[in-house]
Design a protein around this ligand. Sequence first.
Ligand code: 2NL
Length: 380
Amino acid sequence: MTTRLDIVAYTVPKLTDYSTDSLTQAFEDTRRAFRDEQSAISSEADWKAFRDRWMARKSGILTQINEQLKAAPKEAKKELGQHLNELKRFIDEVTNAWREYVEVIPRRVAISGESVDISLPGVRRPIGAEHPVTKTRNEIVSVFQRLGYSVAEGPVVETDYYNFEALNFPPNHPARDTQDTLFIAGQHSKPQRERLLLRTHTSPVQIRTMEKMRPPIRIVIPGTVHRNDPPDASHSPMFHQIEGLAVDTNITFGDLKGTLDHAMKALFGSNVKTHFRPSFFPFTEPSAELYVTCFICGGSGKRGSDPCRPCKQTGWIEVLGCGMVDPNVFEFVKDNGYDPKKVSGFAFGAGIDRLALLKYGVDDLQYFFQGDVRFLRQFG
Ligand code: 2NL
């Protein structure tokens, strides 16, 4: 059968030059040919011929390109393979859309108004990709689940009591000023501790969990938090945190160090080193910032002859804050078995978004919240 495809038919060139430029050009030509042929389809017969030409197992164009991959010199195989995979994805997407248009819809139209043919295939929905923040969150959660931690969650709209007071931020204490809080309007008639706000950290859930569960406990709490920060490359009024808490008899700073050192090796690779530097948080005493050797430059502070930006040439990256739970915090949940004379605990908190930026080498936080599939599908 003669179809309009013959006019623009494409033949796979024999590759002799495996340089990056030449491979990129060859695959660009292939994609252009594919698009040209596809735009020439005007009937179901065209569609079938087109599908066979590109997809047929035996000598379709994709198969022919695959043959070339086998024949390619070893050094070029990886790059050629990447190009081929990208081409396959592209072709799959287009052909699936066409199959829907040419095969499924006409059959559905033909039966409409009569009965429903339940043997028809369903509408194919494109498969999404896991969001990089979700991916990072799940990885961290898994590491702690393997250590026996449970996952707890709690409300995003919180009271002043759970977000500040029970975490050892007394009313009017300057520590509250370090977080620019978003309050629900019109609550001045309420006592301060009952006023509602968007939680500025996930810590309130730890208090809520301690009210419900007696020690010993091991929990991690992932979730969204809000602060009144204008959006830029490293800030967003909504972002994600994960916090952890372990309370038992005789929990020491050594347990904190061992647990977090293990977690960092599980997340960033067994060769990272950890470093604890004294810090301050209202709810822990002593408090520390945890640094890991920069997983971008391997701790050297340099990328080739350029300075390493993520670690500012120090070779170390700050990943989270941590410390031993302040006895003042336990006082608020003392009646449920958390007498600071009998139990001790450690806690930590990390910004998931920041870790995801570092992990995936993304240079602007805003990409995470724009929902652009061209960005998101790169993490599929
Ligand atoms: C950071 C630091 C931290 C905690 C969070 C916590 C919670 C309770 C008691 C004690 Cl209920 N501590 N959480 C402790 C130390 C640090 O977060 O920089 N987060 C992004």
